[in-house]
Design a protein around this ligand. Sequence first.
Ligand code: ADP
Ligand code: MG
Length: 455
Amino acid sequence: MPTPQELWETALGELELEVSRANFNTWLRNTKVLEKRDEIMVIGVPDSFTKEWLEKKYYDRIFTVLKGVARDVKKIQYEIKTDLFQTAPSPPPPLRERPKPVSSSTAWTQPGLSKPAKGELNPRYLLSNFVVGPFNELAYAATLGILKNPGEKFNPFFLYGGIGLGKTHLIQAMGNAFLESDEYRVKYISADRFSSEYIQSVKTGSIQEFKESYSKFNVLIIDDVQFFAGKEKSQEIFFHTFNHLYQKNHQIILSSDRPARAIPMLQARLRSRFEGGMIADIANPGLESRVAILTKKLEERGATLDQDIIEMMAQKIDTNIRELQGALITVLNYCELHGSLPKEAVIALLDQLSALNKKTTSFERIVEIVTQFYNIDPQLLLTASRRKDTSFPRQVVMYLLRRELEYSYPIIGKKLGGKDHSTIMYACKKIEDMLKDSDDLRKDLEVITDQIYNF
Ligand code: ADP
Ligand code: MG
Protein backbone atom coordinates (compact mmCIF):
# COMPACT_ATOMS: atom_id res chain seq x y z
CA MET A 1 0.00 0.00 0.00
CA PRO A 2 1.60 3.28 -0.98
CA THR A 3 1.50 5.99 1.66
CA PRO A 4 -0.47 9.16 0.94
CA GLN A 5 2.79 11.02 0.46
CA GLU A 6 3.88 8.47 -2.13
CA LEU A 7 0.59 8.81 -3.94
CA TRP A 8 0.96 12.55 -3.96
CA GLU A 9 4.49 12.32 -5.26
CA THR A 10 3.36 10.07 -8.09
CA ALA A 11 0.68 12.59 -8.94
CA LEU A 12 3.24 15.39 -8.81
CA GLY A 13 5.43 13.44 -11.19
CA GLU A 14 2.62 13.41 -13.70
CA LEU A 15 1.68 17.01 -13.15
CA GLU A 16 5.25 18.00 -13.74
CA LEU A 17 4.89 16.72 -17.28
CA GLU A 18 1.61 18.50 -17.79
CA VAL A 19 2.26 22.02 -16.64
CA SER A 20 5.10 24.33 -17.52
CA ARG A 21 8.21 24.29 -15.43
CA ALA A 22 7.58 27.79 -14.11
CA ASN A 23 4.11 26.81 -12.99
CA PHE A 24 5.26 23.60 -11.43
CA ASN A 25 8.03 25.21 -9.45
CA THR A 26 5.82 27.99 -8.26
CA TRP A 27 2.70 26.16 -7.27
CA LEU A 28 3.38 22.50 -6.89
CA ARG A 29 6.93 21.80 -5.91
CA ASN A 30 6.51 23.01 -2.36
CA THR A 31 3.52 20.95 -1.40
CA LYS A 32 3.15 18.01 0.96
CA VAL A 33 0.49 15.64 2.10
CA LEU A 34 -0.65 16.46 5.60
CA GLU A 35 -3.00 13.53 5.89
CA LYS A 36 -5.50 11.42 4.09
CA ARG A 37 -8.76 11.66 5.89
CA ASP A 38 -10.86 8.87 4.40
CA GLU A 39 -11.68 10.17 0.97
CA ILE A 40 -10.15 13.56 1.43
CA MET A 41 -6.54 14.22 0.60
CA VAL A 42 -5.24 17.10 2.68
CA ILE A 43 -2.35 18.92 1.06
CA GLY A 44 -0.16 21.43 2.86
CA VAL A 45 0.86 24.52 0.94
CA PRO A 46 3.24 27.30 1.97
CA ASP A 47 0.92 30.30 1.69
CA SER A 48 -2.56 31.56 0.93
CA PHE A 49 -1.51 32.65 -2.47
CA THR A 50 -0.59 29.12 -3.50
CA LYS A 51 -3.71 27.76 -1.85
CA GLU A 52 -5.94 30.06 -3.81
CA TRP A 53 -4.16 29.36 -7.04
CA LEU A 54 -4.31 25.60 -6.66
CA GLU A 55 -7.97 25.72 -5.70
CA LYS A 56 -9.11 28.10 -8.36
CA LYS A 57 -6.90 27.36 -11.24
CA TYR A 58 -5.70 23.83 -10.93
CA TYR A 59 -8.33 22.00 -8.96
CA ASP A 60 -9.72 19.86 -11.76
CA ARG A 61 -6.42 19.06 -13.28
CA ILE A 62 -4.83 17.98 -10.04
CA PHE A 63 -7.92 16.09 -9.04
CA THR A 64 -7.98 14.13 -12.28
CA VAL A 65 -4.34 13.18 -11.97
CA LEU A 66 -4.64 12.30 -8.30
CA LYS A 67 -7.69 10.20 -8.96
CA GLY A 68 -5.67 8.27 -11.50
CA VAL A 69 -3.25 7.15 -8.79
CA ALA A 70 -5.59 7.00 -5.82
CA ARG A 71 -9.05 5.96 -6.89
CA ASP A 72 -10.74 6.41 -3.57
CA VAL A 73 -9.93 10.11 -3.29
CA LYS A 74 -13.06 12.21 -3.67
CA LYS A 75 -11.79 15.57 -2.67
CA ILE A 76 -8.63 17.58 -2.23
CA GLN A 77 -8.34 20.05 0.56
CA TYR A 78 -5.54 22.59 0.75
CA GLU A 79 -4.27 23.88 4.07
CA ILE A 80 -1.69 26.52 4.69
CA LYS A 81 1.27 25.21 6.64
CA THR A 82 4.03 27.73 6.73
CA ASP A 83 6.07 25.88 9.33
CA LEU A 84 6.40 22.88 7.08
CA PHE A 85 8.22 24.89 4.52
CA GLN A 86 10.80 26.69 6.51
CA THR A 87 13.49 24.51 5.11
CA ALA A 88 12.39 25.16 1.56
CA PRO A 89 15.19 25.49 -1.01
CA SER A 90 16.53 28.98 -0.58
CA PRO A 91 14.47 31.00 1.82
CA PRO A 92 15.18 34.68 1.57
CA PRO A 93 17.57 35.96 4.20
CA PRO A 94 15.96 37.63 7.21
CA LEU A 95 14.74 41.08 6.45
CA ARG A 96 16.48 44.07 7.79
CA GLU A 97 14.66 46.91 6.22
CA ARG A 98 11.65 45.54 4.55
CA PRO A 99 9.20 48.14 3.41
CA LYS A 100 5.55 47.54 4.15
CA PRO A 101 3.51 45.78 1.50
CA VAL A 102 1.70 47.95 -0.94
CA SER A 103 -1.88 48.04 0.27
CA SER A 104 -4.18 46.54 -2.26
CA SER A 105 -6.61 49.40 -2.10
CA THR A 106 -4.09 51.91 -3.29
CA ALA A 107 -1.94 49.61 -5.32
CA TRP A 108 -3.99 48.39 -8.15
CA THR A 109 -7.20 50.18 -8.15
CA GLN A 110 -7.31 52.79 -10.84
CA PRO A 111 -4.85 55.50 -9.73
CA GLY A 112 -6.04 57.71 -12.58
CA LEU A 113 -3.90 59.87 -14.73
CA SER A 114 -4.03 62.85 -12.44
CA LYS A 115 -1.04 61.73 -10.50
CA PRO A 116 1.67 61.10 -13.05
CA ALA A 117 4.19 58.54 -11.97
CA LYS A 118 7.58 59.93 -11.27
CA GLY A 119 10.65 59.25 -13.26
CA GLU A 120 10.83 56.98 -16.19
CA LEU A 121 7.52 55.22 -15.88
CA ASN A 122 4.72 55.69 -18.33
CA PRO A 123 1.64 56.56 -16.24
CA ARG A 124 -0.64 54.83 -18.73
CA TYR A 125 0.78 51.41 -17.97
CA LEU A 126 -1.42 50.26 -15.15
CA LEU A 127 -2.67 47.01 -13.76
CA SER A 128 -6.21 48.28 -14.12
CA ASN A 129 -5.88 48.42 -17.89
CA PHE A 130 -3.89 45.23 -18.22
CA VAL A 131 -6.08 42.49 -19.62
CA VAL A 132 -5.50 39.12 -18.01
CA GLY A 133 -6.12 35.83 -19.82
CA PRO A 134 -4.69 32.34 -19.88
CA PHE A 135 -1.71 33.61 -21.86
CA ASN A 136 -0.41 35.88 -19.11
CA GLU A 137 -2.10 34.84 -15.90
CA LEU A 138 0.94 33.34 -14.26
CA ALA A 139 2.83 36.57 -14.81
CA TYR A 140 -0.10 38.51 -13.46
CA ALA A 141 -0.45 36.32 -10.39
CA ALA A 142 3.24 36.73 -9.66
CA THR A 143 2.80 40.46 -9.99
CA LEU A 144 0.09 40.50 -7.35
CA GLY A 145 2.22 38.32 -5.13
CA ILE A 146 5.12 40.71 -5.45
CA LEU A 147 3.05 43.75 -4.69
CA LYS A 148 1.76 42.04 -1.59
CA ASN A 149 5.14 40.89 -0.33
CA PRO A 150 7.92 42.64 -2.18
CA GLY A 151 11.40 41.26 -1.87
CA GLU A 152 10.24 37.86 -0.67
CA LYS A 153 9.11 34.78 -2.47
CA PHE A 154 9.25 36.15 -5.98
CA ASN A 155 12.62 37.77 -5.93
CA PRO A 156 13.97 38.33 -8.46
CA PHE A 157 11.05 38.19 -10.85
CA PHE A 158 12.09 37.21 -14.36
CA LEU A 159 9.40 37.82 -16.98
CA TYR A 160 9.93 36.72 -20.54
CA GLY A 161 7.96 36.55 -23.74
CA GLY A 162 7.86 37.67 -27.35
CA ILE A 163 7.63 41.17 -28.65
CA GLY A 164 4.52 43.25 -28.11
CA LEU A 165 3.01 40.89 -25.56
CA GLY A 166 2.89 43.21 -22.59
CA LYS A 167 6.14 42.77 -20.69
CA THR A 168 6.92 46.45 -20.50
CA HIS A 169 3.32 47.24 -19.68
CA LEU A 170 3.24 44.79 -16.80
CA ILE A 171 6.56 45.66 -15.21
CA GLN A 172 5.89 49.37 -15.50
CA ALA A 173 2.46 48.82 -14.00
CA MET A 174 4.21 47.23 -11.04
CA GLY A 175 6.45 50.25 -10.79
CA ASN A 176 3.45 52.56 -10.87
CA ALA A 177 1.69 50.51 -8.23
CA PHE A 178 4.74 50.70 -5.97
CA LEU A 179 4.93 54.44 -6.43
CA GLU A 180 1.46 54.77 -4.98
CA SER A 181 3.09 54.25 -1.64
CA ASP A 182 5.72 56.67 -0.36
CA GLU A 183 7.88 53.88 0.95
CA TYR A 184 9.00 52.75 -2.43
CA ARG A 185 11.74 54.25 -4.44
CA VAL A 186 11.44 52.72 -7.86
CA LYS A 187 14.01 52.69 -10.61
CA TYR A 188 12.93 51.63 -14.07
CA ILE A 189 15.51 51.39 -16.83
CA SER A 190 16.15 49.21 -19.86
CA ALA A 191 19.30 47.14 -19.96
CA ASP A 192 20.71 48.97 -22.95
CA ARG A 193 20.10 52.30 -21.28
CA PHE A 194 21.78 50.95 -18.15
CA SER A 195 24.77 49.97 -20.28
CA SER A 196 25.08 53.28 -22.02
CA GLU A 197 24.77 55.22 -18.78
CA TYR A 198 27.45 53.04 -17.32
CA ILE A 199 29.73 53.66 -20.30
CA GLN A 200 29.06 57.36 -19.95
CA SER A 201 30.09 57.19 -16.31
CA VAL A 202 33.33 55.52 -17.30
CA LYS A 203 34.03 58.34 -19.73
CA THR A 204 33.34 61.05 -17.21
CA GLY A 205 35.13 59.27 -14.39
CA SER A 206 31.97 58.92 -12.31
CA ILE A 207 31.62 55.16 -12.00
CA GLN A 208 31.34 55.39 -8.26
CA GLU A 209 28.43 57.82 -8.49
CA PHE A 210 26.79 55.62 -11.06
CA LYS A 211 27.03 52.63 -8.76
CA GLU A 212 25.86 54.49 -5.73
CA SER A 213 22.93 56.00 -7.51
CA TYR A 214 21.31 52.58 -7.50
CA SER A 215 21.63 51.95 -3.82
CA LYS A 216 18.88 54.40 -3.02
CA PHE A 217 16.19 52.33 -4.69
CA ASN A 218 14.25 49.51 -3.12
CA VAL A 219 12.54 48.39 -6.31
CA LEU A 220 14.66 47.95 -9.39
CA ILE A 221 13.03 47.19 -12.73
CA ILE A 222 15.24 46.33 -15.67
CA ASP A 223 13.54 45.97 -19.03
CA ASP A 224 14.89 43.88 -21.91
CA VAL A 225 17.82 42.25 -20.15
CA GLN A 226 18.61 40.37 -23.35
CA PHE A 227 20.46 43.54 -24.31
CA PHE A 228 23.11 42.65 -21.75
CA ALA A 229 24.22 39.95 -24.18
CA GLY A 230 27.92 40.25 -24.87
CA LYS A 231 28.37 43.38 -22.76
CA GLU A 232 30.90 42.09 -20.28
CA LYS A 233 31.52 45.24 -18.31
CA SER A 234 27.88 46.13 -18.00
CA GLN A 235 27.13 42.64 -16.81
CA GLU A 236 29.82 42.94 -14.23
CA ILE A 237 28.51 46.18 -12.83
CA PHE A 238 24.94 44.99 -12.99
CA PHE A 239 25.87 41.84 -11.11
CA HIS A 240 27.10 43.95 -8.23
CA THR A 241 24.11 46.24 -8.35
CA PHE A 242 21.86 43.22 -8.30
CA ASN A 243 23.60 41.61 -5.35
CA HIS A 244 23.65 44.80 -3.39
CA LEU A 245 19.89 45.26 -3.67
CA TYR A 246 19.06 41.60 -3.38
CA GLN A 247 20.92 41.24 -0.13
CA LYS A 248 18.77 43.93 1.32
CA ASN A 249 15.68 42.09 0.13
CA HIS A 250 14.81 44.77 -2.29
CA GLN A 251 12.59 43.68 -5.11
CA ILE A 252 14.20 43.13 -8.49
CA ILE A 253 12.09 42.79 -11.61
CA LEU A 254 13.54 41.77 -14.96
CA SER A 255 12.07 41.36 -18.40
CA SER A 256 13.54 39.60 -21.40
CA ASP A 257 12.40 38.58 -24.83
CA ARG A 258 13.63 35.06 -24.18
CA PRO A 259 14.48 32.71 -21.32
CA ALA A 260 17.69 33.54 -19.49
CA ARG A 261 19.38 30.40 -20.75
CA ALA A 262 18.82 31.59 -24.32
CA ILE A 263 20.55 34.92 -23.87
CA PRO A 264 23.86 34.53 -25.66
CA MET A 265 27.04 35.61 -23.98
CA LEU A 266 25.54 36.12 -20.58
CA GLN A 267 27.81 35.36 -17.64
CA ALA A 268 26.80 32.15 -15.91
CA ARG A 269 26.62 33.84 -12.52
CA LEU A 270 24.21 36.45 -13.85
CA ARG A 271 22.12 33.85 -15.55
CA SER A 272 21.85 31.87 -12.36
CA ARG A 273 20.76 35.04 -10.54
CA PHE A 274 18.11 35.62 -13.17
CA GLU A 275 16.85 32.10 -12.75
CA GLY A 276 17.03 32.11 -8.99
CA GLY A 277 13.60 33.48 -8.21
CA MET A 278 10.24 33.52 -9.90
CA ILE A 279 10.16 32.91 -13.64
CA ALA A 280 7.03 33.57 -15.66
CA ASP A 281 6.34 33.88 -19.32
CA ILE A 282 3.72 35.63 -21.42
CA ALA A 283 2.52 33.70 -24.45
CA ASN A 284 0.55 34.81 -27.48
CA PRO A 285 -3.02 35.62 -26.53
CA GLY A 286 -5.68 33.25 -27.83
CA LEU A 287 -8.73 34.40 -29.73
CA GLU A 288 -10.86 35.08 -26.69
CA SER A 289 -8.15 37.10 -25.07
CA ARG A 290 -7.68 39.09 -28.25
CA VAL A 291 -11.37 39.93 -28.23
CA ALA A 292 -11.11 40.93 -24.57
CA ILE A 293 -8.14 43.18 -25.31
CA LEU A 294 -9.91 44.93 -28.18
CA THR A 295 -12.99 45.40 -26.04
CA LYS A 296 -10.97 46.90 -23.23
CA LYS A 297 -9.08 49.24 -25.54
CA LEU A 298 -12.35 50.44 -27.07
CA GLU A 299 -13.81 51.04 -23.65
CA GLU A 300 -10.78 53.09 -22.69
CA ARG A 301 -11.25 55.26 -25.73
CA GLY A 302 -14.95 55.54 -25.15
CA ALA A 303 -15.48 54.10 -28.61
CA THR A 304 -17.64 51.23 -29.82
CA LEU A 305 -17.56 48.81 -32.73
CA ASP A 306 -19.95 46.09 -33.76
CA GLN A 307 -19.22 42.82 -32.08
CA ASP A 308 -18.72 41.02 -35.38
CA ILE A 309 -16.15 43.58 -36.45
CA ILE A 310 -14.29 43.13 -33.17
CA GLU A 311 -14.32 39.41 -33.66
CA MET A 312 -13.18 39.64 -37.21
CA MET A 313 -10.25 41.79 -36.18
CA ALA A 314 -9.31 39.40 -33.41
CA GLN A 315 -9.48 36.53 -35.88
CA LYS A 316 -7.27 38.20 -38.41
CA ILE A 317 -4.61 39.64 -36.17
CA ASP A 318 -3.01 36.88 -34.21
CA THR A 319 0.53 38.15 -33.95
CA ASN A 320 0.78 40.31 -30.87
CA ILE A 321 -0.98 42.90 -28.78
CA ARG A 322 0.93 45.81 -30.20
CA GLU A 323 -0.27 44.98 -33.71
CA LEU A 324 -3.78 44.38 -32.47
CA GLN A 325 -3.76 47.81 -30.95
CA GLY A 326 -2.34 49.35 -34.13
CA ALA A 327 -5.09 47.77 -36.20
CA LEU A 328 -7.74 49.08 -33.85
CA ILE A 329 -6.44 52.60 -34.19
CA THR A 330 -6.39 52.33 -37.98
CA VAL A 331 -9.97 51.13 -37.99
CA LEU A 332 -11.14 53.83 -35.57
CA ASN A 333 -9.40 56.51 -37.62
CA TYR A 334 -11.16 55.31 -40.72
CA CYS A 335 -14.43 55.41 -38.88
CA GLU A 336 -13.87 58.95 -37.73
CA LEU A 337 -12.88 60.12 -41.18
CA HIS A 338 -15.74 58.50 -43.04
CA GLY A 339 -18.39 58.60 -40.41
CA SER A 340 -19.24 54.96 -40.97
CA LEU A 341 -17.59 51.61 -41.02
CA PRO A 342 -18.74 49.11 -43.59
CA LYS A 343 -17.48 45.60 -43.03
CA GLU A 344 -15.77 45.55 -46.41
CA ALA A 345 -13.72 48.56 -45.40
CA VAL A 346 -12.49 46.78 -42.30
CA ILE A 347 -11.55 43.75 -44.34
CA ALA A 348 -9.65 45.91 -46.79
CA LEU A 349 -7.86 47.75 -43.99
CA LEU A 350 -6.85 44.57 -42.24
CA ASP A 351 -5.61 43.09 -45.48
CA GLN A 352 -3.54 46.16 -46.10
CA LEU A 353 -2.09 45.95 -42.62
CA SER A 354 -1.28 42.30 -42.89
CA ALA A 355 0.40 42.89 -46.25
CA LEU A 356 2.50 45.54 -44.54
CA ASN A 357 3.37 43.20 -41.73
CA LYS A 358 3.89 40.29 -44.02
CA LYS A 359 6.55 38.22 -42.44
CA THR A 360 9.35 36.86 -44.46
CA THR A 361 12.38 34.93 -43.52
CA SER A 362 15.24 33.16 -45.18
CA PHE A 363 17.55 30.20 -44.85
CA GLU A 364 20.28 32.48 -43.48
CA ARG A 365 17.97 34.03 -40.92
CA ILE A 366 16.80 30.71 -39.57
CA VAL A 367 20.35 29.42 -39.30
CA GLU A 368 21.48 32.62 -37.62
CA ILE A 369 18.76 32.65 -34.99
CA VAL A 370 18.82 28.95 -34.17
CA THR A 371 22.59 28.84 -33.81
CA GLN A 372 22.52 31.95 -31.68
CA PHE A 373 19.80 30.49 -29.53
CA TYR A 374 21.71 27.28 -28.90
CA ASN A 375 24.98 29.09 -28.85
CA ILE A 376 26.78 27.01 -31.48
CA ASP A 377 28.92 27.80 -34.47
CA PRO A 378 26.79 27.84 -37.67
CA GLN A 379 29.51 25.89 -39.47
CA LEU A 380 28.76 22.91 -37.26
CA LEU A 381 25.36 22.59 -38.89
CA LEU A 382 27.03 21.54 -42.09
CA THR A 383 29.03 18.77 -40.44
CA ALA A 384 27.83 15.33 -39.48
CA SER A 385 28.80 15.68 -35.84
CA ARG A 386 26.55 13.58 -33.65
CA ARG A 387 27.26 15.43 -30.47
CA LYS A 388 23.93 16.24 -28.95
CA ASP A 389 24.71 19.93 -28.52
CA THR A 390 25.18 20.15 -32.27
CA SER A 391 22.83 17.54 -33.64
CA PHE A 392 19.79 18.85 -31.81
CA PRO A 393 20.05 22.45 -33.05
CA ARG A 394 20.69 21.01 -36.50
CA GLN A 395 17.43 19.11 -36.30
CA VAL A 396 15.64 22.24 -35.18
CA VAL A 397 17.00 24.08 -38.20
CA MET A 398 15.77 21.28 -40.47
CA TYR A 399 12.35 21.39 -38.89
CA LEU A 400 12.07 25.16 -39.19
CA LEU A 401 13.25 25.22 -42.79
CA ARG A 402 10.44 22.87 -43.55
CA ARG A 403 7.81 24.60 -41.46
CA GLU A 404 8.62 28.21 -42.21
CA LEU A 405 9.96 28.03 -45.74
CA GLU A 406 8.31 24.83 -46.92
CA TYR A 407 11.59 23.53 -48.29
CA SER A 408 11.51 19.96 -49.55
CA TYR A 409 13.53 17.31 -47.69
CA PRO A 410 16.15 16.98 -50.46
CA ILE A 411 16.62 20.75 -50.64
CA ILE A 412 17.15 20.95 -46.90
CA GLY A 413 19.67 18.13 -47.15
CA LYS A 414 21.51 19.91 -49.88
CA LYS A 415 21.55 23.24 -48.08
CA LEU A 416 22.95 21.63 -44.95
CA GLY A 417 26.06 20.20 -46.47
CA GLY A 418 24.67 17.29 -48.49
CA LYS A 419 22.62 15.18 -46.15
CA ASP A 420 20.32 12.38 -47.15
CA HIS A 421 16.64 13.26 -47.35
CA SER A 422 15.77 10.45 -44.96
CA THR A 423 17.91 12.13 -42.30
CA ILE A 424 15.89 15.28 -42.74
CA MET A 425 12.59 13.42 -42.61
CA TYR A 426 13.65 11.72 -39.44
CA ALA A 427 14.68 15.02 -37.86
CA CYS A 428 11.43 16.78 -38.75
CA LYS A 429 9.38 13.91 -37.43
CA LYS A 430 11.40 13.76 -34.25
CA ILE A 431 10.97 17.46 -33.49
CA GLU A 432 7.26 17.25 -34.28
CA ASP A 433 6.88 14.38 -31.85
CA MET A 434 8.88 16.11 -29.18
CA LEU A 435 6.76 19.20 -29.51
CA LYS A 436 3.74 17.21 -28.48
CA ASP A 437 5.24 16.40 -25.12
CA SER A 438 7.73 19.05 -24.28
CA ASP A 439 6.48 22.34 -23.01
CA ASP A 440 10.04 23.61 -22.85
CA LEU A 441 10.75 22.86 -26.47
CA ARG A 442 7.47 24.38 -27.53
CA LYS A 443 8.37 27.57 -25.72
CA ASP A 444 11.89 27.59 -27.09
CA LEU A 445 10.51 27.33 -30.59
CA GLU A 446 8.07 30.14 -29.92
CA VAL A 447 10.94 32.32 -28.84
CA ILE A 448 13.02 31.29 -31.85
CA THR A 449 10.18 31.91 -34.29
CA ASP A 450 9.57 35.26 -32.75
CA GLN A 451 13.21 36.15 -33.17
CA ILE A 452 13.27 34.95 -36.72
CA TYR A 453 10.55 37.34 -37.71
CA ASN A 454 10.91 40.20 -35.36
CA PHE A 455 14.15 42.00 -35.88
P1 ADP B 1 6.58 44.12 -24.84
O1 ADP B 1 7.31 44.93 -23.82
O2 ADP B 1 6.33 42.71 -24.40
O3 ADP B 1 7.22 44.18 -26.19
P2 ADP B 1 4.50 46.08 -24.45
O4 ADP B 1 4.36 46.00 -22.98
O5 ADP B 1 5.24 47.23 -25.01
O6 ADP B 1 5.11 44.73 -25.02
O7 ADP B 1 3.03 45.99 -25.09
C1 ADP B 1 2.71 46.44 -26.38
C2 ADP B 1 1.40 47.18 -26.35
O8 ADP B 1 0.34 46.30 -26.06
C3 ADP B 1 1.37 48.26 -25.29
O9 ADP B 1 0.70 49.38 -25.80
C4 ADP B 1 0.57 47.65 -24.16
O10 ADP B 1 -0.14 48.61 -23.41
C5 ADP B 1 -0.35 46.71 -24.88
N1 ADP B 1 -0.62 45.52 -24.07
C6 ADP B 1 0.19 44.46 -23.93
N2 ADP B 1 -0.35 43.54 -23.12
C7 ADP B 1 -1.53 44.03 -22.73
C8 ADP B 1 -2.57 43.53 -21.89
N3 ADP B 1 -2.48 42.33 -21.29
N4 ADP B 1 -3.66 44.32 -21.70
C9 ADP B 1 -3.75 45.50 -22.31
N5 ADP B 1 -2.81 46.02 -23.11
C10 ADP B 1 -1.71 45.31 -23.33
MG1 MG C 1 9.07 45.97 -23.97
